[in-house]
Design a protein. Structure first.
Length: 378
């Protein structure tokens, strides 16, 4: 999968930008000039959200009321013209439009047409972040690799919202307890489906992440991800047995859920623990180990997407080499050379070209980035 062209209008610090890319693209310039914003625009076209901001309207350049992103993407024999725009109609309402080859599309149809893996230095916080943050990461990965997961996740959120409202009404004696039966059944079916998706993706990542981590760190330490689902002993149970067990657990919790007016058991409470050997990385790891673990996770993510999509995702690497020593850089750049040799596309931001392997530089389009400006280096 290759992005041939990217167009930005009123996005972040750019008024207007139109760029043609090669297979290897390096964005070089001082900090806070807009290098990462270009990678963020590509990611937005992939996921329809930003990994850096909660409110999409904050992506609009100051003193404007809309932004537009467009890209020409080549995937095998397919050409995709992807376009997304956001316009503020008034102070509270934003209108989003998504188009594929000039035809309006729903989010579920647009999302992940462009496959991309984004490494941000700030993502090292994933290791010791809240369960909600880690769930969001794995949800995003599943959205890229399992087309039906997005709809299942939307359904889960609606079920939890409706069920919580009902629990509050029961608590306030505005509804009857037997009205929970329908939403319990819906939660059981949807919740077990989410569990199976997450178990599958963690299992795949665990089969490959350890080897990547060992090669990256030059240690024998074993990196793994422990999935802590809402049903703690469900690992070897059949789907029907899991559904029955979940229903029984909800029945036990009914009084407490009514008391708290909150759904206390489900995939919305799952957690993921990163481990080195038998120890929690969040509790015993260093900043360097966090960074290496997240980088290994991102490279594993790329392999998963490639296996499922049968196409290499675009790698977006923001300031990836600045805190790696020479040996770790060597592994990373050897990985990238193989990725490029197999027709993968790579974007790298850096403040210094000295941080980048010469063989990578020799194959790259180098863009010099100033504040709101980008020019191709000769």
């Amino acid at each position: 999968m290759i992005i041939n062209n990217l167009s930005l209008t009123n996005f972040r610090n750019y008024t207007k930008l139109d760029l043609d890319f090669g297979q290897v693209n390096i964005l070089v310039g001082p900090n806070a000039t807009g290098k990462t914003n270009i990678l963020e625009a590509i990611y937005f076209l992939s996921r329809t959200n930003s990994p850096r901001l909660h409110y999409q309207k904050d992506l609009i350049k100051y003193n404007n009321n809309f932004f537009r992103l467009a890209a020409l993407v080549i995937s095998g024999s397919r050409k995709l013209n992807l376009e997304t725009s956001l316009e503020i109609k008034n102070r509270e309402i934003c209108e989003t439009k998504l188009k594929i080859n000039k035809k309006m599309r729903k989010t579920s149809e647009f999302i992940s047409q462009l496959k991309a893996v984004f490494f941000l230095p700030s993502e090292i916080s994933l290791i010791d972040s809240s369960p909600a943050h880690k769930r969001a990461y794995f949800n995003n990965l599943l959205i890229q690799t399992r087309p039906l997961f997005y709809q299942t996740l939307i359904r889960l959120n609606k079920i939890i919202y409706s069920r919580n409202r009902l629990l509050e009404n029961i608590k306030n004696r505005k509804a009857r307890e037997n009205e929970l039966l329908f939403w319990d059944q819906e939660l059981v079916l949807c919740g077990i489906s989410i569990f199976l998706y997450r178990r599958q993706v963690v299992s795949f990542i665990n089969r490959i992440i350890d080897s990547i981590y060992k090669n990256l760190t030059l240690t024998s330490d074993k990196l793994s991800i422990l999935y802590q689902p809402f049903l703690s002993d469900a690992k070897n149970l059949s789907q029907k047995v899991m559904e029955k067990k979940y229903q029984e657990e909800l029945l036990k919790l009914k009084n407490e859920e009514i008391k708290q007016a909150c759904s206390l058991l489900g995939p919305h409470r799952d957690n993921f623990i990163f481990k080195i050997g038998a120890k929690s990385l969040a509790l015993f790891g260093s900043r360097g180990e966090f960074r290496e673990a997240v980088l290994a996770l991102k490279l594993s993510e790329g392999k998963l997407i490639e296996k499922v999509a049968e196409d290499k995702p675009i790698l977006l690497l923001d300031d990836v080499a600045s805190e790696l020593d020479n040996q770790r850089k060597d592994y990373l750049f050897n990985f990238l050379k193989k990725y490029i040799a197999a027709d993968g596309q790579v974007f790298i931001t850096t403040t210094l070209l000295d941080n980048i392997n010469q063989e990578i530089l020799d194959r790259a389009k180098i863009f010099k980035v100033g504040k709101g400006t980008v020019c191709l280096s000769n």
